[in-house]
Design a protein around this ligand. Sequence first.
Ligand SMILES: Cc1ncc(COP(=O)(O)O)c(C=O)c1O
Length: 379
Amino acid sequence: MHEPQQPIHPSTAVVALGRPDPTEDAPLNPPITLSSTFVGAGAPEPGQRMYARMSNPTWDPLEEAVGALEGAELPGLSYASGMAAVAAVLELVPVGGTVAVPSTSYNGTIGLARRLAQAGRFVLREIDPTDLDATRMALSGAALVWLESPTNPLLEVLDLPALIAAAGEAGALVAVDNTFSTPLRQRPLALGADLVVHSATKFIAGHSDVLLGLVVAADAELRSRLHTDRTLRGAIPGPFECWLALRGLRTLALRLDRAEETAGVLAGRLSTAPGLRRVRYPGLPTDPGHELARAQLAGFGAMISIELASAERADAFVHALGLITPATSLGGVESLAERRRRQPSEPVQVPESLVRLSIGIEHVDDLWADIAQALSAAN
Ligand SMILES: Cc1ncc(COP(=O)(O)O)c(C=O)c1O
């Protein structure tokens, strides 16, 4: 096979990247290597496999594919879960250093940052990154800034170019959690971010059957630090998880296109549905993040958050759903709904009555019929 003549589209890349060389009799898909150790007796050569906490051939194709999709020159690094990836990046902050994390970050991220700060590991400055001036001031002296956009579950769209530039002026590293957008909709490294983090559990793997995290670093020194740290801390993924995630990645473009189209239709219908206080979806022209989303994102995503009249009504809505499953998590082929504040760890900025909808790939009319009947039952 010859190299393609021109840069390939991301929707082709998800299919083509991370495959074995197409030599005679080679498998089309990378095999799963189930081995904790690799044969060898001498001093290891650079890059030589030795022990499966250091490297595993089944990680490589996924890490290469996601690194390339994010526009990095180096492969990504896979982790046992999204939170293991988040923890690995927070670990880059020097002891006693300062890290800026939005209060409305995914609850695990802000929860871990608070816990580490309480333990004296670093100083945490909680920021509201929608307030650019306040954020600029809070960045002074920070070693790392955490950004997530759109946010989970408020779906706020951050001004990433402005925030990344402000972090650059402050000399801080910038990590962007790109779980909601995936590299098919947003590539933070191209905007100047230093690190991209994914809960690959969500859209990348896409079938709600695996937990996995990924970090993509813009430069070799950062990647090398993360790699050594991963080896020593041991928060590595299993080979089967990486294989499943790569298999899921093959259909990411198709799944996302379909789910996003459906989410756009549903958000439009929800915006005129009775009994709702608010519909949050960056694709709605009335959404506060719409203009930024249009400028920054190649698509508005498959997540919608709705606010009902009260927490009780929100619970009644979720219970009345039939096709859409009440469950936490997101980004799978099946639609899920959750009143987020049922989780005690959810940030207080998230309204009690907010239900997060993760739109899957079912037919839009079936999803709308389910939502409409559940709204009637709840109101
Ligand atoms: C935006 C975001 N980041 C990180 C995580 C953590 O990922 P995981 O559940 O794979 O550990 C999640 C999980 O919901 C998430 O939504």
